[in-house]
Design a protein around this ligand. Structure first.
Ligand code: C2O
Ligand code: CU
Length: 500
């Protein structure tokens, strides 16, 4: 697709307006229950796995989420959108590892929805994926999710229905460690997002625009010609093709850089920052002006502390960093990797002028790390074990027609990844496209090869192969997909299924 078409997707006139409402649950609802040879979503095996997580006197944490249409002020920009409650991000949900979460979800939207607990190794029937683990929560109806959260860490929740995540439907989910060493004074939660809803197009209309794109690039690898065209607007030296959508706004904690969120502490304090990329099509390069950051966790699990100037964060990834704060006002910038624009918040510990919305801290262009640069902390390492089964996932697709595939197939026609309980499984992600894909596996935390970080979402760069290993210890049917929500919705998704 050429530059002009690409722009049209975003700022073109009302062509797609009549398509409103077509999006909804789309591909995610086409898949039926699994074949008889696989462990069922509500089977005894799933219940047994949950029973093992439950302890006597388990604490229960009750919460409520109301998915509803809302009017939001993003800082000078007022939009009609969908959110949880009346804030963006939605309410922070917080519990301790081992607690039972009981979250009543009310759907006040005009369409079906669901809530997925991204990164949590929970019971399969509470995973919140319509068409795989449950029926959509119908408009006007409710659903109570109830599950044990076994592992501490930084997570988030969002719908698994169409491209609803690209509206205001997301929030942080923090699972505290009862044995937290707590070597910090303050804690902040920083949620990054790319924003279009309410600015002239809904995410469903953006998706229809992508799908309507006509062109010659067929299945499989993109031709050199198409790559060249893609390169014109959204290329990143670190990621290659950096995205499909040129968003008009980027947000930190629901605010535009013109009217940013302010995070306050005292000079010299150590602050733990839990960073979540809730974007749908944007990786962010994040830095705090005047500071270095110590990365302590990746996708909730501890890594060997790694000092860096900047972090590259794919959609669905989370990082925890610890920073010792200077005195003054500093920009926390999340630059949209390979795109035009950035999100910003202000870190304030003292007097000083508020940084302007376009400030570019030098740290953004110093040392930039991603998860493949990290090592798991000793307690997070997956014990060495012989691999019982390797499953290859070849990732490819095209812009025109807009479709994304795993092993040449679009979900729900993708072949499930079959595993057996107790196996050590290697997933080999082979990116055969010229765009990066943040690949996400539900219900498990995998290990990057040879002592690498434990994660549930990993960036796979163009033409790169990334091996990850996981323990098949959580029976059920688990969505496995690209966390570019537009890619997932147009085919780049499959399931990890347990054989009976
Ligand atoms: Cu964050 Cu399948 O999801
Ligand atoms: Cu992708």
């Amino acid at each position: 697709m050429n530059d002009i078409n690409r722009r049209t997707l975003l700022i073109g006139s009302a062509g797609a307006a009549g398509l409103l409402g077509l999006g909804g649950v789309a591909a995610w609802s086409k898949s039926g229950p699994g074949p008889a040879s696989t462990v069922g979503v509500s089977s005894a095996a799933v219940r047994r796995a949950e029973d093992m997580r439950r302890k006597a006197n388990q604490r229960v944490v009750n919460a409520r989420l109301i998915a509803q249409p809302i009017t939001l002020n993003l800082g000078g920009l007022v939009v009609q959108t969908w959110g949880y409650g009346d804030s963006l991000p939605g309410p922070v949900l917080r519990a301790q590892a081992g607690d039972l979460l009981r979250v009543k979800v009310d759907n006040k939207l005009s369409t079906g929805t669901s809530v997925h607990w991204h990164g949590i190794a929970l019971r399969n029937d509470m995973d919140g994926v319509p068409g795989i683990t449950q029926d959509p929560i119908a408009a006007g109806k409710g659903f109570t999710y109830e599950f044990t959260a076994p592992d501490p860490g930084t997570y988030f929740y969002h719908p698994h229905s169409g491209v609803q995540l690209d509206r205001g439907l997301y929030g942080a989910l923090v699972i505290d460690d009862p044995a937290e060493p707590g070597k910090y004074d303050e804690e902040w939660i920083v949620v990054l997002d790319d924003w279009v809803d309410g600015t002239g197009r809904t995410p469903d209309e953006v998706l229809e625009g992508l799908r309507d794109a006509k062109g010659s690039a067929q299945d499989g690898h993109m031709s050199g010609k198409d790559m060249g065209h893609m390169g014109e607007s959204m290329q990143s030296p670190l990621l290659g093709g950096a995205g499909d959508i040129d968003y008009p706004h980027y947000l930190i904690n629901g605010r535009t850089p013109g009217s940013p969120a302010t995070l306050t502490a005292k000079p010299g304090q150590r602050v733990r920052i839990r960073i979540i990329n809730a974007g749908s099509d944007t990786a962010f390069r994040l830095a705090l002006g005047g500071h270095r950051m110590m990365v302590t966790h990746s996708d909730g699990f501890p890594v060997e502390p790694l000092s860096t100037d900047a972090l590259l964060i794919g959609m669905g990834e989370r990082y925890d960093v610890v920073v010792t704060l200077g005195d003054g006002a500093f920009p926390l910038v999340a630059s949209a990797e390979g795109k035009n624009g950035q999100a910003m918040a202000v870190v304030r510990t003292g007097a000083g002028r508020r940084p302007g919305p376009d400030v570019q801290p030098a740290e953004l262009n110093r040392r930039v790390v991603l998860s493949t640069d990290m090592t798991a902390a000793a307690q997070a390492r997956l014990p060495k074990k012989k691999v019982d089964r390797q499953l290859d996932l070849a990732l490819s697709g095209s812009m025109a027609p807009y479709r994304w595939t795993i092993n040449g197939k679009m979900f729900p026609d993708t072949a499930p990844l079959m595993v057996k309980q107790g196996e050590r499984v290697r997933l080999r992600f082979q990116n055969r496209s010229m765009m990066f894909h943040p690949m996400h596996v539900h219900g498990h935390t995998f290990a990057l090869a040879s002592g690498g970080a434990r994660k549930d979402t990993v960036i796979v760069r163009p033409m790169q192969t990334v091996d990850v290993e996981l323990e098949a210890d959580n029976p059920g049917r688990w969505a496995t997909h690209c966390h570019n929500i537009y890619h997932a919705e147009t085919g780049m998704m499959t399931t990890l299924d347990y054989e009976k």
